[in-house]
Design a protein around this ligand. Structure first.
Ligand code: HEC
Ligand code: HEC
Length: 405
């Protein structure tokens, strides 16, 4: 089965490094965020408006409001059709209008508006993440933040049906997320009225933000989406990789479900062959480790015992939020948890429409994705834990993924 801990067995030791620094950072961010301090009272005053007007206003704020910034709206990057953008979308938009605000600033090659080859090739955005107190850069010791190229996760399903926001889970709720998006991607110059943030969040949960009527009904209190049975032989065979079942024999049944389980197919189950509690949300599947674009840099972590560990990676993911390599103090007290290179386990509902895949958009199609997993599931672990995906298995998994509307 999958090797969850990548770099060395040292990183795989079960430890609970519930970093005091992380808890402190949480307390500080709560204390300094005016939004989270006031959002309770805002909600109360906002209910004076009629629901209809609020919904229309939410739509306007998401699709057209620029807040006096660089011309972008939320929809610049989260399209109405897919909730995200692909390299193909970027190419079409460039040919229509070379001044499209997608290509500005963090959408450009240098982050200053020059060059758009990264956007055209991979549709990633430059994200600046502050370095936690326990991390510094080996190649730039004074730096207190780092810039990473990340894909745009879809805004379908997640706002209403997930509680973990961003690829590394760093945003506590939708209104705070919207505030930061407006400040950082849209470079707002105007003060952002706080009820506007609540309306954006409300709009992101409205009817058009779902990949299918089933998911919408689920968000509105209906029954949880069930795994489709499949009609073709290939689809029916593909289903077994996704069912919640213990790993036995060839480890194919349930191989994907160890991490893609629960109603949203986005959490670990009880059969993950590691002491990780069911329901946790961050894992690595070797995407940063593989570093296909060769963007790794040295991140130096100061461990709890004062020793230092240098890790070369293009994007440490969750570890920049927790500040530790192992452990995630935020993960339901999980004693075993790898932060390094871990990302949120994404939902698989609607996935056929949101290529490219993974946090860095490094695989372009579901076929390529399954090739990646064939390697990952063969990780050098003792045979009881490996899964060998044949050509037929790979085709079956792709066929099944395309059914998950
Ligand atoms: C320049 C492109 C861009 C713009 C404009 C933008 N976003 Fe995003 N959005 C992103 C990227 C990139 C991420 C993921 C970043 C990360 O996780 O580090 C993201 C993540 C999100 C997420 C989390 C999704 C998930 O799966 O966790 C939500 C919700 C979201 N954006 C909503 C908004 C809203 C609301 C606005 C407008 C106020 C907005 N975005 C504007 C690029 C953009
Ligand atoms: C060890 C946990 C784990 C296992 C096992 C696993 N996944 Fe994932 N999956 C993840 C994580 C974590 C990500 C996000 C990784 C990243 O972005 O770096 C992901 C991402 C994906 C994505 C991309 C979604 C997107 O929106 O970009 C797809 C599709 C997917 N997995 C399908 C599968 C399939 C099919 C299998 C079985 C062959 C599988 N996964 C097995 C944890 C897992």
């Amino acid at each position: 089965m999958p090797r969850i801990c990548k770099l060395s067995t040292r990183h795989c030791r079960g430890r609970n490094l519930a970093g005091a620094a992380f808890i402190l950072a949480l307390i500080l961010s709560a204390a300094t965020s005016p939004l989270s301090a006031q959002s309770g009272s805002l909600e109360a005053s906002d209910t004076a408006d009629s629901g209809d007007r609020r919904a229309k206003d939410g739509e306007r704020l998401f699709t057209t409001e620029t807040f006096g910034g660089n011309g972008r709206t939320c929809q610049t990057c989260h399209s109405a059709q897919t909730g995200t953008i692909s390299p193909q979308d970027a190419r079409e938009r460039l040919s229509k209008d070379y001044r499209d605000s997608l290509f500005l600033f963090d959408g450009s090659d240098d982050g200053k508006g020059n060059g758009f080859s990264r956007m055209l090739d991979e549709a990633t955005i430059l994200i600046e993440i502050p370095l936690p107190p326990t991390v510094r850069m080996g190649d730039d010791p004074k730096a207190r933040s780092v810039v990473l190229a990340r894909g745009v996760p879809t805004t379908l399903n997640t706002p209403a049906l997930d509680t973990v926001f961003m690829l590394d889970g760093r945003e506590p709720d939708l209104p705070t997320q919207a505030l930061h998006a407006i400040e950082r991607h849209a470079q707002a110059t105007r003060r952002i009225p706080q009820p506007h943030l609540l309306r954006i969040a409300e709009f992101e949960k409205s009817d058009e933000f779902f990949s299918s009527p089933t998911l919408r009904r689920y968000a509105q209190g209906g029954s949880a989406p069930a795994l489709p049975f499949g009609r073709t032989i290939s689809e029916i065979r593909g289903r077994r990789f996704f069912i919640d079942a213990p790993l036995t024999g060839d480890n194919k049944t349930g191989a994907c479900a160890v991490c893609h389980s629960g109603p949203m197919l986005n959490q670990t189950n009880q059969f993950l062959p590691l002491p990780v509690p069911a329901g946790t949300r961050f894992q690595t599947v070797n995407v940063s480790e593989r570093d296909v674009r060769n963007r790794k840099r040295p991140f130096i972590f100061t461990n709890a015992d004062g020793t230092e560990t240098t890790v070369w990676t293009p994007d440490p993911g969750r570890a920049l939020i927790t500040g530790v390599i192992d452990g995630d103090p935020n993960a339901d007290g999980a004693p075993f948890f790898t932060s390094l290179n871990s990302f949120k386990i994404p939902t698989l509902w609607g996935v056929k429409n949101t290529a490219p895949y993974f946090h860095d958009n490094s695989v372009m199609s579901l076929e390529e994705l399954v090739d990646h997993y064939a390697e990952f599931l063969l990780a050098p672990l003792p045979p009881p834990f490996t899964t060998i995906l044949t050509k037929q298995d790979k085709a079956d998994i792709v066929a099944y993924l395309k059914l998950l509307n």
